[in-house]
Design a protein around this ligand. Structure first.
Ligand code: NAD
Length: 423
């Protein structure tokens, strides 16, 4: 096994991974256009990128785009359960990245992999959830000076970065790639909405029609999950802490109540809040026999797993793939999917390629922007930056073109009318 393969499970899976990357690429026309631009413009020439991302076929297409732009990429997994070993093998074999990712890696190996991706000293970082940035600041602060900047792709990671920036603890500029309208609509709402239900159905073979589905959080992800569950015939209950979001759920025809009241009613519980202990011990204690617990939020803290373990007298692991059955003292059983981790990435394949096409287009362009800005003499100061409007516009236009759609262009008279208050 050579150095390029040292972090992966089985180099022999490269052929299968290559085929799946090819399939994903067909559904990623926006990133294809950006790859052409990167090939011509070489925005990452001579730069090392440390990336911590879910190692999926779509991520491979993104990594290849960065490589086409001149980057040397070191890739670690952003979740030990979401790594697709065939993709890791194919990426390593193609030389597009040095890969440190293995499905089911224990917490120590997972952390070691992040360290290995950072070891050469990155110029740029691409993070998903903040583990790379955290490790860099907490354990490899010696490398901070060399980092020009980076981007973060999920809401939870951006929240953490903002907290770091507020305490002047962030060492470089980071673009909040999560916060484009295109990403939030395509990825969080439509992508996660569909793939979360896909994960639950694959793990349980459940018929959703007629079931009571409780969705915690009616944000970008939660509303996608709720609408798709309703579309499949479920009765949906939403729990929220934000009054405006709660009102939106009610206006969409959904029931809203506290988790405490929803707990005894639900057949399926799906958390998508970015918070912790959204389903806690008291709620677990009153759930129906056979209730299903799934999480779509970034970390495995939304369902209080220690409380679940504490109430169980025994656990049967993998009664179906990614389904663990907790037997409680009073005879009830609760079914935990994907160990409480992102169910769409663990029990299904994550978001469809056409969704990730748009998300990753934003990330790729954001990273190129940061590389460009930070290369200037008066480069960006440390902090969290929004995705420039021009990038959002470019992505939306590329995505529209890929969908074969055209839009109107405002006439000069219309532009004048909208700009002036005199009319
Ligand atoms: N699984 C995936 O593929 C995927 C994709 C995108 C985002 N995410 C993750 O999903 C989570 C949600 O992302 P989002 O973009 O929807 O965020 P968001 O901020 O748009 O929505 C979160 C919602 O949860 C609500 N909330 C917070 N605490 C709550 C509580 N205790 N009970 C009920 N509701 C509560 C908030 O008020 C908000 O409306 C984040 O952790 C994000 O990183 C996962």
């Amino acid at each position: 096994m050579n150095a390029e393969h040292s972090g992966i499970a089985d180099p022999g899976l490269a052929g299968a991974g290559k085929a799946r990357i090819g399939w994903a690429r067909q559904a990623m026309p926006v990133l294809a256009r950006i790859t052409e631009q990167f090939t011509a413009g070489q925005p990452f020439a001579g730069l090392t990128v440390a990336a911590c991302l879910h190692v999926t076929a779509e991520t491979a297409v993104l990594v290849q785009a960065l490589q086409a732009g001149g980057a040397r990429v070191l890739l670690a997994a952003s979740n030990p359960l979401s790594t697709q070993d065939d993709i890791a093998a194919a990426l390593a074999a193609s030389g597009a990245a040095v890969v440190f990712a293995r499905a089911g890696a224990d917490p120590r190996t997972y952390q070691d992999h992040i360290h290995q991706a950072l070891a050469p000293g990155p110029d740029l970082i691409m993070d998903d959830g903040g583990d790379l940035v955290n490790t860099l600041h907490a354990e490899r602060a010696d490398l901070l000076r060399g980092v020009r900047g980076g981007c973060e792709s999920t809401s939870t990671g951006v929240l953490r970065l903002r907290r770091m920036a507020a305490e002047s603890a962030l060492g470089f500029p980071v673009v909040a790639a999560d916060e484009t309208a295109t990403k939030r609509v395509f990825d969080n709402t439509y992508g996660t909405g569909q793939s979360t239900l896909d994960g639950i159905i694959r793990a349980t073979n459940l018929l959703l029609a007629g079931k009571v589905v409780v969705v915690a959080g009616y944000g970008a992800c939660g509303r996608g999950i709720a609408e798709r569950a309703r579309g499949l015939g479920a009765q949906v209950i939403v729990t929220e802490v934000d009054p405006v979001r709660a009102l939106e759920a009610i206006m969409s025809g959904l029931r809203v109540m506290p988790m405490e009241q929803a707990a005894p009613l639900g057949d399926v519980f799906i958390t998508a809040t970015g918070s912790r202990d959204v389903i806690g011990g008291p709620e677990l204690a009153v759930m129906r026999d056979g209730a299903i617990l799934a999480n779509a939020g970034h970390f495995d803290v939304e369902i209080d797993l220690p409380a679940l373990a504490g109430q169980a007298v025994s656990v049967s692991y993998d009664v179906r793939p990614h389904t663990d059955e907790y037997q409680l003292a009073d005879g009830r059983r609760l079914l935990l999917l994907a160990e409480g981790r992102v169910v769409n990435l663990v029990a299904a394949e994550g978001n469809p390629a056409s969704v990730m096409d748009v998300s990753f287009a934003g990330q790729a362009l954001a990273l190129a922007w940061v590389a460009d800005q930070a290369g200037e003499d008066d480069g960006l100061a440390a902090g969290v930056y929004p995705v420039p409007a021009a990038i959002e516009d470019q992505i939306a236009r590329l995505a529209l073109a890929a969908a074969g759609a055209q839009i109107d262009v405002p006439s000069p008279a219309q532009q004048d009318y909208l700009r002036s208050w005199r009319h």
